[in-house]
Write a protein that binds this ligand. Structure first.
Ligand code: BYC
Ligand code: FE
Ligand code: FE
Length: 475
């Protein structure tokens, strides 16, 4: 077990107290982080008392310590999963060599880029979600939003720790820039596409936490395999927190669906307009939001043929999620059969070196994981006896990165011409009218025990508390 210095200003299990220089660098960054949090964190709730979990150590007893705290006083800490004795690198050309405790000089800029890209998504998501509290459907949901937000803040700390501890001056500069880029900003946006999309309603928030936080899960799993041991250990611990973020999305969408089904039963109709008039979200609209966020999140895995991915795999910097489920960890002679557009409205199979297809391998694992929740949502629909099925669109649908970028493809994978796409995309993606309708539902509900009209209550509360518990005490 690693020791914990929770008494220090920055709670940590990395013996920060023994490294004065690093401690000073982080104590210098901390006020800048707090400034950022106050400016870009949840709008209107900085003085509220929120029932939150805080990590105070990485073991079962300490990783989820619950208590009431004002968000600016949250103790964002630095926690790495325990070090494994004699850990070896598990893939690539360096397979079997001892994991690195320092950054190998030849991989410095690549590793920094990976860490910065990971780090950039964390504050980006907080920025994207900063106004949602003003339209929360209940105190329970408000609290979950804030739990996600403070933990994404902690994930930023996790990456900033690595930058400060292992990358010297460049690392400190990158850490500052992580607080300067802004989601959706015209001149200084966040690095990856999805993290510049606005999240201005709760249906988008639930889709984001289901689909985009799940990209986080798979990227963190890949980085948890890294030969750079401090990165691997940081990501392992982050994954324990990630589960709750995806739970929020999974159960959030389920509750929207359940409420739609209740309303359909009450009014005896499945007409989308009638469902809307009764104050719920019709299922075709849920499908369009799903199409939007799933396709956007698929782009986050990068190109299906990527020399970057081949290099980071070969060099032991980034593996595949759950590397241990594969038999071959070197993949030097293997090929991957990739379907690419043939330029004539069809597709052809290209033989791609396996290492170059690693982004696609990870994307496939991600898609399979996404299916699980969709099945659960559909079970609710079937049980209600309603003839409707939510579906993940084809992975070729609305792609902006990779071989299918720029092709016009329907959700069931059929290629169409540009004109048909323009005429029909309103069937597949949220239209202005859909967004206006969803926004019209977004009215703040903050009385303990009350729930907005468009969403069913959750099955249970947080940490065995009642659903109606006052999770956020407003000032
Ligand atoms: N948008 O060879 P390519 C999370 C860039 S989510 C814009 O195709 P590569 C979270 C790419 O960066 C997890 N740019 O792909 C979730 C590269 O640029 P440079 C985040 C994109 O490099 C919710 C160029 O295109 N973590 O934690 O193999 C809430 C060519 O790249 C996009 C990570 O992503 C895009 N969608 O892989 C909070 C892990 N896609 O370097 C948090 C770290 C690609 O030539 N990142 N590009 O300037 C990586 O491992 C890789 O950078 C990527 C791309 C997987 C993103
Ligand atoms: Fe995160
Ligand atoms: Fe997350």
């Amino acid at each position: 077990m690693s020791t914990l210095n929770y008494q220090e200003r920055i709670p940590n299990n990395v013996n920060l107290g023994e490294n004065r220089q690093l401690q000073r660098a982080l104590e210098h960054w901390q006020p800048a982080f707090l400034e950022w949090w106050k400016a870009m964190g949840p709008e209107g709730f900085q003085a509220a008392d929120v029932y939150l979990r805080t990590a105070t150590s990485v073991d079962a007893a300490g990783w989820a310590t619950y208590g009431t705290v004002k968000m600016p006083d949250y103790r964002w800490g630095i926690f790495l999963a325990d070090q494994e004795a004699d850990r070896r690198i598990g893939f690539g050309d360096v397979m079997g060599q001892p994991a690195w405790q320092q950054v190998p000089a030849e991989h410095r800029s690549t590793l920094r880029r990976l860490i910065v890209t990971q780090g950039d998504t964390e504050p980006a998501s907080v920025e994207q979600q900063r106004l949602l509290g003003l339209t929360c459907p209940s105190l329970y949901d408000l609290r979950n939003l804030f739990q996600v937000n403070v933990e994404e803040g902690r994930h930023l700390w996790a990456m900033v720790y690595l930058l400060h501890a292992y990358f010297g001056r460049d690392g400190r500069e990158e850490a500052e820039e992580l607080l300067q880029r802004r989601s959706g900003h015209a001149d200084n946006p966040r690095i990856l596409g999805t993290f510049n999309e606005p999240i201005s309603d709760w249906l988008s928030f639930f889709m984001f936490t289901y689909f985009t936080d799940r990209d986080g899960k798979f990227q963190l799993k890949s980085l948890a395999e890294s030969g750079f041991d401090p990165l691997a250990r940081t990501c392992r611990f982050m994954l324990t927190e990630e589960a709750h973020h995806m739970f929020v999305g999974d159960t959030g969408v389920a509750r929207v669906v359940r409420r739609a089904l209740e309303v359909m039963k009450e009014i005896g109709s499945d007409d989308p307009e009638a469902v809307r008039r009764a104050g719920a979200v019709d299922l075709p609209t849920v499908q369009r939001y799903l199409n939007f966020w799933f396709s956007s999140s698929l782009d986050l895995f990068g190109s299906d043929q990527s020399s970057n991915a081949a290099t980071t795999f070969a060099n032991g910097l980034k593996g595949r999620p759950d590397e241990s489920r594969f038999a071959d960890h070197v993949c030097s002679g293997q090929v991957f059969e990739l379907e690419v557009p043939d330029g004539q409205g069809g597709s052809r199979v290209e033989q791609v070196a396996m290492r170059n297809a690693m982004n696609e391998v990870t994307r496939q694992a991600y898609v399979a994981d996404c299916e699980i929740g969709v099945k659960r949502w559909n079970r609710l629909v079937q049980k209600a006896g309603v003839d409707f099925e939510l579906k993940l669109p084809s992975i070729r649908f609305r792609r902006n990165i990779g071989s299918w970028a720029g092709s016009h493809v329907t959700p069931d994978g059929k290629q169409i011409d540009a004109e048909t796409w323009t005429n029909r995309q309103g069937e597949w993606l949220p239209s202005e009218a859909d967004r206006a309708f969803i926004h019209s539902l977004m009215k703040q509900v903050v009385e303990p025990g009350k729930m907005a009209s468009w969403i069913a209550p959750p099955d249970r509360g947080i940490n065995n508390l009642d659903v109606n518990y006052e999770y956020v005490h407003l000032q």
